[in-house]
Design a protein around this ligand. Structure first.
Ligand code: PGA
Length: 254
């Protein structure tokens, strides 16, 4: 059975002290929440990852992810971080393909496929992000765009690799804009995505992959969005930077 996940993408926010502080505030806020089979992940700035992991102590409720990863093992790639370097600080999850990486750093499907392969080869779990821009939705190309983003970067994988894949549908027009997809729009796209996976692999893979929704998820809308049958949680930006809001969103995952 697939797991529900609430993941916080901190983007380029919080220094080392603030990152450790926020993790400890989240830990306090969620102390009494029964997580069960569900998962909570946060993705701090990469230079602060080691510090938050080391400060974690015995509280294993929160898992840590990188916001990005390079495909090469090592070498002349100034400013980048490899799978091996992440594993060296006990980080075994990475986001890949976030729309801000696609937009500002020109990451395309070809590059993302290389990153996906490197992560899989190193047994790093991937939260693979994708989603259409406003003009794609307005021209009714959103299904086509999402299909190609997923196909180009993921559909060459072996069936067994899918245990390391989490999908995150994030319509670009909803990220940081306060404009959320309606629960119906999210469900419609998530059902479409699950069906794509089913057609390319089979039912088992499709039923087991968690598909998160991202884009202006807040305490006020989380419950309704997460209540849809094909929405398995969320990837949270702005609201992940406040412990009480993030905890409320975690509570919305049943
Ligand atoms: P947001 O960001 O929640 O601030 O819209 C989501 C994301 O970019 O992952």
């Amino acid at each position: 059975m697939r797991k529900k996940i609430v993941a916080g993408n901190w983007k380029m926010n919080l220094n080392r002290t603030e990152s450790i502080q926020l993790v400890s505030e989240i830990s306090k806020e969620i102390k009494d929440i029964k997580i069960g089979n569900n998962r909570i992940i946060v993705a701090p700035v990469s230079v602060n990852l080691a510090a938050v992991v080391e400060n974690q102590g015995n509280d294993k409720k929160i898992e840590y992810a990188s916001q990005n990863m390079h495909f090469a093992e090592k070498g002349a790639y100034t400013g980048e971080v490899s799978a091996g370097i992440l594993k060296g600080i006990n980080v075994n999850i990475t986001l890949l393909g976030h729309s801000e990486r696609r937009e500002y750093f020109k990451e395309d499907d070809v590059l993302l496929k290389q990153k996906v392969d490197a992560a899989i080869a190193n047994e790093i779990e991937i939260i693979f992000c994708f989603g259409e821009k406003l003009e794609d939705r307005e021209s009714e190309n959103h299904f086509k765009i999402v299909e190609s983003q997923i196909k180009n970067a993921l559909f060459h994988l072996k069936e067994s690799d899918w245990s390391k894949i989490v999908l995150a549908y994030e319509p670009v027009w909803a990220i940081g804009t306060g404009k959320t997809a309606t629960p119906e729009q999210a469900q419609e796209m998530h059902a479409f995505i699950r069906n794509l996976v089913k057609e390319n692999y089979h039912n088992n893979v499709a039923e087991n992959v968690s598909i998160l929704y991202g884009g202006s998820v807040k305490p006020a809308n989380a419950q309704e969005i997460f209540g849809k049958p094909d929405v398995d949680g969320g990837l949270i930006g702005g609201a992940a930077l406040k412990a009480d809001m993030f905890a409320e969103i975690i509570r919305a995952m049943k």
